[in-house]
Design a protein around this ligand. Structure first.
Ligand SMILES: NC(=O)C1=CN([C@@H]2O[C@H](COP(=O)(O)OP(=O)(O)OC[C@H]3O[C@@H](n4cnc5c(N)ncnc54)[C@H](OP(=O)(O)O)[C@@H]3O)[C@@H](O)[C@H]2O)C=CC1
Ligand SMILES: C[C@H]1O[C@H](OP(=O)(O)OP(=O)(O)OC[C@H]2O[C@@H](n3cnc4c(=O)[nH]c(N)nc43)[C@H](O)[C@@H]2O)[C@@H](O)[C@@H](O)C1=O
Length: 350
């Protein structure tokens, strides 16, 4: 596995998806690197639009690209918006990887996900277990699109010698997460429900599934740090898992989140909701050999995330939580990109 130092200092670096949880953490971390940072909003360039992406790349010619733009969500979003998860993610990866190649990009990092590994692959999940068995059905469209992105990066490397690398983050959480009531990931979903129950005085909160699945969680600023480390030091077609190497059950996670939020009521389980894959723990030995390990404990990360949630007016404004569910879904800026004109409850900000 070759190591090739790649200097970010003085380079034009494009962070695709800079308004997202990962993209904004990358921007925070890249601020220390002395790079010339490039970003674009979706309203300027929709990354699914090949002509728009080609024109933007031809004009800006970034020297390095972090491809962190994607259609992302938790288990219910993945299982419901199956067409969007497949189409958007295939289109974004195809357009950005091809335009990077065509416009002389020196290095690109593609963000995959731990869900690309087979549902019942042996644990911890090694990088070479990709494509050795059936995928978890609830996220198959997303995983197929991510595998296509990985294979594109690999093919451009082998055919054209492009220095395109792929990393597989485990389940992430942290500032800038999506707190949508249905479409968020578990940490954000539980923070929101426990917080709203604490504020309203509700006696119990229902979690989804049985609470038995195991998951590994990485704080997003650690992910950003690992990504910059690998961008600067790693150059090889093999995937690199990024995680902590430790997992817990969802029931244990719920107790930790409830404690951080200060919710003291009952926790119940809504088993009509899916559990998803039974266990998803990454083998992080390759990452460790490459000289990186996670720094933020789960307890600390959850506290930092809850603090960021409280500070983020977008999710905690009273008008927002008063908005009935059926409108709230439509009004969600992360799903629709704008406030539905039909929502009867005004919001303070967008
Ligand atoms: N969150 C997690 O637990 C995990 C995430 N990952 C991967 O990390 C990467 C980042 O995820 P995360 O930050 O959590 O996701 P977010 O949903 O927080 O951010 C995604 C970003 O992509 C942008 N985007 C989506 N579609 C388009 C489009 N058509 N055109 C332009 N921009 C678009 C969004 O723009 P806008 O702000 O306008 O919506 C947003 O900035 C993804 O590749 C994801 O697959 C991997 C493993 C776990
Ligand atoms: C990052 C990853 O994210 C998704 O996979 P997932 O690991 O299943 O992620 P999740 O965070 O949604 O759920 C984790 C577990 O938690 C349980 N759970 C309990 N209560 C809530 C809850 O309130 N919300 C959510 N979302 N889950 C809950 C839930 O039933 C499940 O057992 C994929 O889309 C996949 O594509 C992907 O890449």
């Amino acid at each position: 596995m070759a190591n090739a130092p790649f200097e970010l200092k003085g380079k034009t670096v494009f962070v695709a998806g800079h308004r997202g949880m990962v993209g904004s953490a990358l921007l925070r971390r890249l601020a220390r690197e002395g790079a010339d940072l490039l970003t674009i909003s979706r309203s300027e360039v929709d990354l699914r639009n090949q002509a728009a992406v080609d024109a933007w790349f031809a004009a800006k010619r970034p020297q390095a690209v972090f491809l962190a733009a994607a259609k992302v969500g938790g288990i219910v979003a993945n299982n419901t918006l199956r067409a969007e998860f497949l189409y958007d993610n295939l289109a974004i990866s195809t357009n950005v990887i091809q335009a990077s190649h065509a416009n002389g990009c020196e290095k690109l990092m593609f963000f995959g996900s731990s869900c690309i590994y087979p549902r019942l692959a042996s644990q911890p999940l090694r990088e070479d277990s990709m494509l050795t068995g059936p995928l978890e059905p609830t996220n198959e469209p997303y995983a197929i699109a991510k595998i296509a992105g990985i294979k594109m990066a690999e093919a451009y490397r082998s055919q054209y010698g492009s220095d395109f690398i792929s990393v597989m983050p485990t389940n992430l959480y942290g500032p800038g997460d999506n707190y949508h009531p249905e479409y968020s990931h578990v940490v954000a979903g539980l923070i929101r429900r426990f917080h709203e129950a604490k504020v309203s005085g509700a006696g119990s909160v229902a979690m989804w599934g049985t609470g038995a699945p195991h998951r590994e969680f990485l704080y997003v600023d650690d992910l950003a740090d690992a990504s910059i480390h690998l961008m600067k030091t790693y150059s090889s077609p093999e995937l690199v898992n990024i995680g902590t190497g430790e997992d817990i059950t969802i029931a244990e996670l719920a107790l930790m989140v409830a404690a951080a939020v200060g919710f003291r009521g009952e926790i119940s389980f809504d088993t009509s909701r899916p559990d998803g894959t039974p266990r998803k723990l990454l083998d992080v030995s390759r990452l460790a050999r490459l000289g990186w390990r996670a720094q933020t404990s789960l307890e600390e990360g959850i506290q930092l995330t809850y603090r960021a949630y409280l500070a983020d007016n977008k999710w905690t404004a009273p008008e927002r939580t008063a908005c009935p569910d059926k409108w709230r879904k439509q009004a969600d800026p992360r799903i629709r990109g704008r406030v539905s004109p039909r929502c009867p409850v005004p919001r303070r900000n967008g």
